[in-house]
Design a binder for this molecule. Structure first.
Ligand code: HEC
Ligand code: HEC
Length: 134
């Protein structure tokens, strides 16, 4: 009987740890451009060095769903239908606001702001990668 609350406490701790672990994983800040490139969806469309495109990336170009085009649609509050889905599916929403109401002219989420502080945004990442691989 006396051990029951202890067991509950133990289960509670295990659950909290799991939840905590997940929390950290989704908000983990990258430390380098290559980490951004590999963990934040860039590599699905871009190749290394970041001057070429994957097959999927080429398909996105043909549909007009590149970074610049998607962001400009977001800023005009015109991210609808398939373009909206691409923006969500490819993880832009982690750093940019889906409805173009993010911080500043880069339309950033609060996570995006932190990335920006590290100069690991889209342009920052590409600049670093181009310098690294050259
Ligand atoms: C859904 C495909 C897709 C994903 C995912 C994607 N990009 Fe792009 N990106 C493109 C395409 C296509 C272009 C070129 C056409 C355009 O911008 O509209 C582009 C353009 C860019 C440019 C401008 C390049 C230039 O020459 O002006 C930068 C910088 C960039 N992407 C960085 C990134 C980074 C960093 C990531 C990951 C955080 C990323 N992209 C993820 C498709 C993608
Ligand atoms: C890991 C966070 C992150 C992800 C994911 C991300 N971006 Fe960015 N992006 C930024 C930050 C921060 C900036 C501003 C600083 C910079 O460009 O280095 C930026 C800049 C841009 C710019 C350049 C804006 C300008 O005016 O120069 C475009 C366009 C853009 N992002 C589009 C996208 C699109 C579209 C996606 C999804 C395919 C995407 N980004 C994914 C963080 C991100």
């Amino acid at each position: 009987m006396k051990i029951f609350p202890l067991i509950l406490l133990f289960i509670g701790c295990v659950l909290m740890q799991k939840k905590g672990g997940k929390e950290i994983a989704t908000h983990e800040l990258p430390n380098s451009a290559i980490e951004v490139f590999e963990k934040f969806g860039c590599k699905d469309c871009h190749t290394l060095p970041p001057t070429g495109f994957t097959e999927y990336g080429k398909e996105m170009i043909s549909k007009g769903y590149g970074c610049v085009s998607l962001q400009s649609l977001a800023l005009k509050h015109k991210l609808k239908g398939e373009a909206r889905e691409v923006f969500i599916k490819n993880g832009c929403v982690k750093c940019h606001d889906l409805d173009g109401r993010g911080f500043g002219d880069k339309n950033l989420t609060s996570f995006g702001l932190k990335i920006n502080e590290r100069n690991l945004g889209c342009v920052g990442t590409f600049k670093e990668l181009l310098g690294e691989v050259k």
